[in-house]
Design a protein around this ligand. Structure first.
Ligand code: DGL
Length: 262
């Protein structure tokens, strides 16, 4: 089992930002990535629908022998990971907005969170936020419309920049000094965000923490790959291969990117 691949899924291309962190930390692991772009955005769907999609992705990864699953999507994690953990035997790693480090380090005691509607409305997000941000003002902003633009590859478009400006203005006026990116698609917006945000505002996401957690869970469960050769990686999308490839163009490893109906 330990030489089997790690499974990773997201509502689309965004989870590749997490895959890159995992691959940097665990270069000898093989992986299978599912981009469920056909069903993006998850963030506007009901909890029940997000759960059904998460089950579908999980079962496909398990049928391919995955030894551990990374839910590389804040929306799927906050709405479905408890159910997945209860119903399947493999370990699951999830991702949630990095409220804790932002709240601990904020000088202004005001932090902004940009995430999907599905994440911000989930009870997991709200309990985490309550637990880690007491005494801190958390300005939540739904990023409605951003995921579809990123899924079309329009990361640096005028439309994307205008939408971000609209979303960030209330936080900037309120005086936040941290912006938490609570969606795995959003790290791809960092170059545009840096054009908009003043230099004193720090941007944080949870990608590195997820990779560290993946490493630690593999070790604890004796599931680390014993190979000393670079991992093999398969990426599947149920829509556009060219768009998924464009988010992987900076990857040196040998990867296979294919279309699959799922
Ligand atoms: N990458 C997903 C997340 O982290 C995007 C959700 C969506 O498809 O709306 O939340």
């Amino acid at each position: 089992m330990s030489n089997n691949p790690i499974g990773i899924f997201d509502s689309g291309v965004g989870g590749t930002s997490i895959w890159k962190e995992i691959n940097a930390l665990l270069p000898y692991e093989d992986s299978i990535y599912l981009a469920d772009s056909k069903n993006a955005p998850y963030g506007e769907k009901s909890e029940e629908h997000i759960l059904q999609l998460s089950i579908k992705n999980t079962e496909l990864l398990l049928s391919k022998g995955c030894k551990l699953i990374v839910v590389a999507c804040n929306t799927a994690t906050t709405n479905a990971i408890a159910h997945l953990r209860k119903n399947y035997e493999v370990p699951f790693i999830g991702i949630e907005p990095a409220i804790k480090p932002a709240a601990l380090n904020s000088q202004s005691k005001k932090v902004g969170v940009l995430a999907t509607k599905g994440t911000l409305s989930s009870s997991l997000f709200n309990s985490t936020s309550e637990m880690h941000a007491s005494g801190i003002k958390v300005l939540e902003q739904e990023g409605t419309g951003l995921v579809p633009l990123i899924e079309q590859g329009k990361v640096e478009s005028k439309e994307t920049k205008e939408l971000l400006e609209k979303f960030l203005t209330p936080m900037l006026n309120a005086g936040v000094d941290y912006l938490v990116l609570g969606c795995t698609h959003y790290p791809y917006l960092i170059p545009v965000l840096e054009e908009i945000l003043p230099e004193n505002i720090k941007i944080i996401d949870s990608g590195e923490a997820v990779a560290r957690q993946t490493k630690s869970v593999l070790r604890k469960n004796s599931l680390g790959n014993s190979s000393k050769e670079k991992g093999k990686h398969q990426f599947f999308t149920n829509t556009n291969v060219a768009v998924l490839k464009s988010f992987l163009k900076d990857v040196d490893e040998h990867i296979v990117v294919e279309n699959m109906d799922f």
